[in-house]
Design a binder for this molecule. Sequence first.
Ligand code: CAA
Length: 256
Amino acid sequence: MADLAKAGLLLELDHEETVATITLNRPERRNAQSPTMWKGLADLGDELPETVRIVVLKGSGPSFSAGIDLRLFTPEGMPGEPSVLADGIGPEELVDQIGVYQEGFLWLRDPRFTTIAAVHGHAIGAAFQLALSCDIRIAADDVQFCMKEPALGLVPDLTGTKPLVDIVGLPRALELCLTARVIDADEARELRLVERVVKADELDGAVEELVNALLRVEVGAARATKELLQKAPGHTLGEQCLAERRAQVGRLLRNG
Ligand code: CAA
């Protein structure tokens, strides 16, 4: 299993090991993220027990996460972390390196899991993208999303641009990214970036309510349905109808 403490992560398994709660746990740095944290997340995706079907992602302390640890961009770097721009690294190597970082985000789309981000306080840059990697976002009323990368001379590159455009559409995604402005809870709900907003002290309860509702559906049906729904945006109606038929046959004949 990944060295979770080194990665700044906590893992709890509940509901007879069907629900994994992953906490970003570096509150003194507002859960700022690093390559080691992303590796820890990717490893969890590979190593969670087979029984796990729901993943909840949350942050400890006042914020969900303040995004990438900005020390990674300084000449001094971040203790224990390789520099993002190692001496002599070439463009293709850097492309591959960012690809490895993205694995910490991509696994949350796996149909094995239904993934929930419980977001409170700041969710900036990499943190906004991590929340966008989850299937469902529930937010506290103090949430502040911000896609800050363009304001730092960068682009959002941690898998968040596709879900952002899919959810809010291209014009709004452009406006949000190119102004790097803060999106509060009311606006996040209006834009469907979050499915529900609750008072900060009710966030854990709201997540538990959702988890209990999700657990009432049979696990195989949940996995097959997520896989089917994920295909819909890239399919024509005919292709999606075929995918529905195939998935249903898979369900109907699963014991035959
Ligand atoms: N990296 C490293 N350290 C961070 C950090 C970050 N992203 N965010 C906060 N911290 C540290 C602060 O330096 C501070 O440390 P000290 O106590 O040692 O001074 C501690 O965490 C607490 O931070 P604040 O006192 O600033 O806390 P706050 O509640 O007043 O403000 C905040 C919180 C608004 C998130 C503010 O800390 C902030 O703006 N942080 C930077 C956010 C940011 O720009 N992130 C990068 C986004 S871009 C990205 O993620 C992706 C990419 O690829 C570039």
